[in-house]
Design a protein around this ligand. Structure first.
Ligand code: DX5
Ligand code: ZN
Length: 219
């Protein structure tokens, strides 16, 4: 299994006046996927994009779209997200009781499932679910807003995930989201995490392509 380091710009930090252009620039700058945060103003105290963004972006870029659902009831909205034909559906692990059933349904629709873990939630109780996902999203900040400071304590969870994946011969991506910049990325990649999700560090950079290349060079 190839765990080459991948870079996934988070559109939350892009200029909303030209989202499609930002997505296309990220793709031509070498991004491996695009990270799209859906926030419902309930699970997190912020509201972001609507689901229509996914089919609109699909017309503009070819790289996979990773939908990160920061919403209280993803079960109720699952069919809507499936209809968008997003490439990945990542739910917050504390919002769903039967995650495995949900992952099976997502996979049956030809979409890759995954879950996200908040900084204050342990991974240990989620080992069973790790056998059913393509993508583990470890949050380096409490979700809701871009531009926050990375919580270093979450590095331990990345190491734990890496060791678990190795020991069990699994192939899910270990992605890190929140507070990822050139400095924190250096310590993050040492844990074995293989996807860097970054909003501010990419979309607020003077040279987006260089920011993405610099991240890739850590791999
Ligand atoms: C946090 C979101 C992130 C956010 C990261 O709630 O899930 O995807 O865009 O932003 P930065 O990279 O600026 O910390
Ligand atoms: Zn996110």
């Amino acid at each position: 299994m190839d765990f080459k380091l991948k870079v996934s710009p988070s559109l939350l930090a892009a200029d909303y006046g030209c989202l499609a252009e930002a997505a296309m620039l990220a793709e031509s700058g070498g991004a491996d996927s695009l990270h799209i945060d859906f926030m419902d103003g309930h699970y997190v105290p912020n509201i972001s994009f609507g689901l229509e963004l996914i089919p609109a972006l699909k017309k503009k870029v070819g790289i996979p779209l990773v939908s990160h659902l920061m919403i209280s009831n993803p079960v109720a909205r699952l069919d809507d997200f499936i209809k968008t034909r997003t490439d990945y559906i990542i739910i917050q692990e504390d919002t769903v009781k039967d995650m495995v059933g949900m992952f099976d349904k997502i996979r049956g629709e030809g979409i890759k499932p995954g879950f996200a873990v908040n900084p204050d939630r342990p991974l240990k109780k989620l080992y069973k679910e790790l056998f059913h996902i393509d993508y583990l999203l470890i949050l380096g900040v409490f979700p809701g807003f871009g531009g926050q400071t990375f919580i270093e304590d979450t590095l331990r969870k990345m190491e734990e995930a890496y060791n678990f994946r190795l020991k069990n011969n699994l192939t899910f991506d270990i992605a890190v989201d929140g507070g990822v910049n050139r400095q924190t990325a250096e310590i993050i990649v040492k844990t074995g995490a293989n996807v860097l999700v970054a909003g501010t560090a990419i979309f607020a950079a003077d040279d987006m392509k260089k920011a993405i290349t610099d991240f890739h060079s850590l791999g």
